[in-house]
Design a protein around this ligand. Structure first.
Ligand SMILES: Cc1cc2nc3c(=O)[nH]c(=O)nc-3n(C[C@H](O)[C@H](O)[C@H](O)COP(=O)(O)O)c2cc1C
Length: 198
């Protein structure tokens, strides 16, 4: 049976996921990226956990892996420009947080002052699966600053002009090509404890 690849892509594209700005810092560098792969990973309100899936080639992923700290922010509908700032290129080339107001009461992870809401996390587990590194983090601080709906992927993409869409498309294509090989190598050598016994 041939998999209807175009339909698979259409099904995923019919989603409209929330956008998160994920930030982190180590002793000498700081950075952040735009992500859809951030989830609530515990139902227990007494022990809230987030799970973030970040690509291993991204600068922010390195920072989270080194520091074990991250903050995830939802944005308001008016903050597409800020989303663009975190999506358009790598933090290895520039300080994406330059000129952005940061919460002065949290000093080991950059927390944006101006956002819909944020959660700060301390990583307690991580898993590398080739094209993604998953980080589970206990929430140590949070604040909800807006009661409106947060910015989602479709609203952000509609806001981008043709040139910006081209940049995002080519960044995504680069990631797909690089991560395809990483995913392939992971599948060749899945550790015994993680392999499905099928
Ligand atoms: C709509 C959208 C969703 C994205 N979701 C993720 C994601 O869940 N995880 C991830 O690692 N990168 C994601 N990216 C890609 C990063 O935001 C992008 O490659 C960024 O420039 C990486 O920055 P860094 O190298 O400074 O960390 C997404 C990009 C867009 C436009």
């Amino acid at each position: 049976m041939t998999l209807p690849l175009q339909q698979t892509e259409e099904i995923f594209r019919s989603l409209n996921r929330e956008l998160w700005v994920v930030t982190s810092a180590d002793t000498s560098r700081r950075g952040g990226l735009l992500a859809t792969w951030v989830y609530q990973a515990s139902l227990d309100p007494a022990k809230p956990v987030i799970l973030a899936g970040l690509a291993p080639n991204h600068h922010t992923t390195e920072l989270v892996a080194r520091s074990g700290r991250l903050a995830v922010h939802l944005l308001t509908l008016e903050q597409s420009e800020l989303a663009w700032n975190f999506a358009r290129d790598s933090g290895r080339q520039r300080d994406k947080l330059l000129g952005i107001s940061l919460n002065p009461s949290i000093d080991d992870v950059p927390v944006l002052t101006d956002c819909h809401s944020y959660l700060v996390g301390s990583v307690f587990a991580s898993l590398e699966t080739g094209d993604r590194t998953y980080f589970w983090a206990d929430i140590t601080a949070c604040e909800k600053q807006a009661s409106t709906v947060p910015l989602c992927e479709r609203q952000f993409i509609d806001w981008c002009d043709a040139e910006q869409k081209d940049v995002l498309r080519s960044d995504r294509q680069g990631d797909i090509e690089l991560q395809r090989d990483l995913q392939y190598r992971f599948r060749q050598d899945i550790p015994e404890w993680l392999r499905f016994p099928g």
